[in-house]
Design a protein around this ligand. Structure first.
Ligand code: DP6
Length: 347
């Protein structure tokens, strides 16, 4: 590393993503128990800016100045400091930096939308941009950014790439790895890049069991091994469905993945349920709309009650009546209309 004292600032916008085949269960140091694939989103993003000063004195305990939407946020600051201290041996340059970090999300803070994928990937991209500046390197290494993001939050590893990303070793995806995500470059049909993801906010409340706690409960889940095998098979099948343009097969796998995720929660010890009656009402509405109208509109869920409504752009107008009919189940009628996106942007 060039040791000339330097300072500067960097800023990145990084999106959230929605898994089609879910990561649920991990081992070792943030290593996934099965491979996953996701759509990278475009509107649900975190913007992170860092003012940095490099001062050549090693800090044993990394501390940062942190602002979220302009205000102090002790919970997020603590999370960031814990993360930075956990990766400082691997990313040595971090111990020499004085960091002022400010961050904001495009989606409402209390919308029940988890921000760890967008926030951790935006942070990792900023940090590696600083490393790039310190090393006078030409470009930032996105694979390394995905690796660093993963150490912050597993799903964040996939946000570094768009429009689709795969994380976790799979024989169906060349160069896939448990250590980082890669862009999915299979010969999938273009329609999959036109997908909408309307997030129906059933509840804005913070979920009662965090994803991190949920992953941990997979260790003793009696269905864990068959689930991991199933996810591997689903990844292979969904890739084929995307290559042949088989929307029905695609949607079938996506919905099975969502319901299996929640079934695993219900089969954990202690068991828990994150879906609400409104979640189930909306699922039933989607199913009957699809049956009656013969429109390829599907749902998925992350680790919470909110529904992600997935459908290709070509059906956007027709899906409006479904959206109108489920609004009554959304808290304050809140719906975040998102779409598949291209990945992070340097600001
Ligand atoms: C259900 O990535 O939030 O959204 O690695 O503990 O930060 P940590 O968990 P996280 O888990 C995401 C779980 C999921 C499925 C997915 O995104 O693949």
């Amino acid at each position: 590393m060039n040791s000339t004292p330097r300072k500067g600032n960097v800023a990145w916008q990084s999106p959230s993503n929605i898994a089609l085949v879910k990561y649920w269960g991990k081992h070792g140091r943030q290593l996934p128990s099965n491979p996953s694939i996701s759509f990278t989103l475009s509107k649900a993003v975190t913007k992170t800016r860092i003012n940095y000063a490099f001062d050549a004195v090693r800090r044993d305990d990394i501390k940062v100045d942190f602002r979220f939407h302009g205000s102090e946020n002790i919970a997020f600051k603590t999370k960031i400091e814990k993360f930075l201290n956990s990766v400082k041996e691997e990313f040595d340059f971090l111990s020499f930096l004085n960091l002022e970090i400010s961050s904001e999300n495009s989606f409402p803070h209390s919308s029940g939308i988890a921000s760890s994928a967008s926030s951790m990937s935006a942070l990792a991209l900023c940090l590696l941009d600083i490393e790039k500046e310190l090393n006078n390197a030409e470009q930032i290494d996105f694979v390394k950014a995905s690796h660093l993001s993963r150490l912050g939050s597993g799903s964040a590893s996939r946000s570094v790439f768009g429009p689709l990303a795969v994380w976790g070793k799979s024989k169906s995806v060349a160069d896939s790895s448990n250590e980082f995500a890669i862009p999915f470059t299979g010969a999938y049909k273009p329609i999959f890049e036109t997908f909408h993801d309307d997030i129906l906010i059933v509840s804005k409340a913070e979920k009662s069991v965090s994803s991190t706690a949920g992953h941990a409960l997979m260790i003793d889940n009696p269905y864990a091994q068959s689930r991991f095998n199933q996810a591997g098979g689903h990844l292979t099948e969904i890739i084929t469905a995307m290559e042949t343009g088989d929307l029905e097969k695609f949607g079938n796998i996506v919905e099975k993945e969502a319901l299996t995720l929640h079934a695993l929660m219900m089969a954990s010890d202690p068991p828990y349920i994150l879906m609400t009656p409104a979640t189930l009402s909306i699922i039933n509405k989607i199913w009957s709309f699809r049956r009656n109208e013969n429109i390829p509109v599907y749902f998925t869920l992350d680790a919470g009650p909110n529904i992600h409504l997935l459908y290709p752009e070509a059906y956007a107008e027709k899906v409006q009546s479904l959206i109108e009919s489920v609004k009554e189940y959304c808290e304050d009628g809140m719906i975040i209309s998102d779409k598949v996106g291209q990945g992070p942007i340097r600001l």
